[in-house]
Design a protein. Structure first.
Length: 462
C-alpha cells in the first residue's frame, strides 16, 4: 500500500481562487495517476489532496514492493518538477496481508491492519520524505538506499511502528529469494560459466551467455555464485548489472541506465547537469538516462553514435580489468537494446593496449593484464614455426586490426627477447608495436603492482 499527502495545499488554497485550486488538484491527480499506473499499481482512491494506491492487487506480482518504492520516488520527483518548493509530498509505504473487495466509487476496496499502518507511516513522514515499513524495506532492500531504523509513534501500536526512510534507488534489482551459503545442484552450470569467462579473458574477445529457466529455478543465485567465484581473482573483474522491466517509462535502454549509474556512481536524485558533467564527451550516453541529448540529429545517426559511445565505454572498462555485463529479465528487452547487445558482442575489442610478456621459464606474476608468450623472441628467422604461431595469436588478440597498439617486454635491460618479439610483430605487418626495454625490473622499481599472467602459449616455443 502507498499513501501520499500533498503538504502545503491547504495554505495555498486559502490564498488562491477556487478555480485555480481546482486546476492545481487536477494536475496533481493526473500526475499521481500516471505514475501509479505506469508501474502497474491500482489507484484505491483520491481524497482531497491525498492519494492511496495498492500494488499486487488485483494482480499479484513478486516485485510489488519494488514497484511501490519506484512509484514513490517518481511521485516525489514529479511534484518537485511541477510545483518546486511550494508543495511537497509525504509518503508512507507498507506491505502486509489485506482483504480486497469490490471497488466502489468514493470508497475503499482494501481493508486490514496494514492499511492503517500505511496511513500512520505517511503521517509520520516529514514533507518530502518517504517512510517505509520494515517488511517492505526487507523485500526490496538491495535495490534501494534506506536510513537507519526508526520508530513511528502511533496510537494503538505499543512500542510504535518500525520503519526506515527511503533515501534513493541505486540498484536495478533485489536478490531473488533468501540466499544462504548452500549451493546445490548447479555445479555443472557454474563450471560452464567459469569456463566461458576464462576463455573470454584468454582471447580478449566478448561472449554472450543466455541463462534460461522458470522463475525461482535459481538463475540469479547462479550468477551470484559466479560473481563470488571470479570476484576473488586478481585483478578483480568489473561487474555491472542492468535489469529489463515490464512496467514504467523509458524502458528501452533502462538496463544500460542502471549500468551507467553504477559506473558513474549516479543516484536517481542527481540532477541531469551532474550526469552530463560526468559523461563528458560521451553525452550521447545520456539517452539511456532519458536526457535530451540528441538535438537535431537524424535517428539513424543517433543510433550509430549511441552504439559507438557504448562500445567505447565498454572498451575502456575491459582495458582495466576483465568485465561481466549482466542483463536480467532480458525477455522484456526491446529490439533496440538487443541490437546494441549484438553490436557489443562483435565490436568490443577487449583491452585497448595489448601487453605481451615473453620471459621464459616458470610462470610468474607480471604487469596487470599481460599475456604470456614465452619463446616468442627466440627462433631462427621470420619464416619459422615461432613466427607462424605468433601470427595466429596476434590475429586472434587484435581481431585482424594491424593498428592495434601492443607492447613487448621481458625481465629487464639485459633481456633482448622482447626486442626480437617486437621485430617479429613488425614483420607481420603490425604498425603500433612498442618495446618496453626496462621490463619487469623497471616496473617493480617504479612501484608498479604485479598480477597473474594470462596464459596464451601453454609451454615455451622451441
Amino acid at each position: 500500500m502507498l499513501f501520499a499527502d500533498l503538504v502545503g495545499s491547504t495554505a495555498l488554497a486559502s490564498s488562491e481562487d477556487p478555480e485555480q485550486t481546482r486546476v492545481l488538484l487536477d494536475r496533481f491527480y493526473d500526475v499521481m495517476a500516471e505514475e501509479i499506473e505506469a508501474t502497474g499499481g491500482t489507484i484505491e482512491k483520491f481524497a482531497g489532496d491525498a492519494v492511496m494506491a495498492v500494488f499486487g492487487v488485483p494482480v499479484a506480482r513478486e516485485d510489488h514492493a519494488e514497484r511501490a518504492l519506484h512509484t514513490a520516488l517518481a511521485m516525489r520527483s514529479r511534484i518537485h518538477e511541477l510545483f518546486g518548493a511550494r508543495l511537497q509530498l509525504r509518503i508512507g509505504v507498507n506491505t502486509g496481508e489485506i482483504v480486497a473487495g469490490t471497488p466502489r466509487v468514493g470508497s475503499s476496496f482494501v481493508s486490514g491492519d496494514p492499511v492503517n499502518v500505511t496511513a500512520r507511516l505517511e503521517q509520520g513522514a516529514a514533507p518530502g520524505e518517504i517512510v517505509v515499513g520494515e517488511r517492505t524495506a526487507a523485500l526490496a532492500g538491495a535495490a534501494f538506499d534506506f536510513s537507519e531504523p526508526l520508530t513511528i509513534e502511533a496510537k494503538g501500536k505499543e512500542g510504535g511502528i518500525p520503519a526506515r526512510r527511503l533515501l534513493d534507488g541505486h540498484a536495478p534489482a533485489r536478490p531473488r529469494g533468501a540466499l544462504g551459503d548452500a549451493f546445490v545442484g548447479r555445479r555443472h552450470e557454474l563450471d560452464s560459466l567459469i569456463a566461458v569467462f576464462d576463455q573470454v579473458v584468454e582471447r580478449a574477445s566478448p561472449a554472450i551467455v543466455t541463462i534460461v529457466g522458470h522463475p525461482g529455478v535459481g538463475k540469479s543465485r547462479l550468477l551470484a555464485e559466479l560473481s563470488s567465484t571470479i570476484g576473488g581473482r586478481d585483478p578483480r573483474p568489473t561487474e555491472r548489472t542492468g535489469r529489463c522491466l515490464s512496467y514504467g517509462r523509458g524502458l528501452t535502454y533502462r538496463p544500460l541506465a542502471e549500468v551507467l549509474r553504477q559506473e558513474l556512481r549516479l543516484l536517481d536524485s542527481d540532477q541531469p547537469a551532474r550526469a552530463l558533467e560526468l559523461l563528458g564527451d560521451r553525452a550521447i550516453l545520456g539517452l539511456a538516462l532519458g536526457l535530451d541529448v540528441t538535438g537535431d540529429l537524424h535517428p539513424l545517426v543517433v543510433r550509430e553514435h549511441f552504439q559507438q559511445a557504448w562500445i567505447g565505454l565498454l572498451d575502456e572498462l575491459v582495458a582495466r580489468t576483465p568485465g561481466v555485463l549482466v542483463i536480467e529479465d532480458i525477455h522484456w528487452a526491446e529490439e533496440p537494446l538487443l541490437e546494441l547487445l549484438r553490436a557489443i558482442r562483435h565490436r568490443v575489442a577487449g583491452p585497448l593496449l595489448l601487453l605481451f610478456d615473453v620471459l621464459g621459464g616458470e610462470q610468474h606474476d607480471s604487469l596487470p593484464g599481460a599475456i604470456w608468450l614465452p619463446g616468442a623472441g627466440r627462433g631462427n628467422g621470420f619464416d619459422d614455426a615461432v613466427q607462424a604461431q605468433l601470427a595466429r595469436l596476434l590475429q586472434a588478440a587484435t581481431k585482424g586490426d594491424v593498428g592495434r597498439a601492443m607492447v613487448f617486454f621481458c625481465q629487464g635491460t639485459a633481456c633482448w627477447l622482447s626486442y626480437n618479439a617486437a621485430l617479429r610483430a613488425v614483420a607481420l605487418g603490425y604498425r603500433e608495436v612498442y618495446w618496453y626495454r626496462g621490463g619487469l625490473e623497471a616496473w617493480i622499481a617504479a612501484g608498479g603492482a604485479l598480477a597473474p599472467l594470462r596464459l596464451s602459449w601453454r609451454k615455451p616455443a622451441p
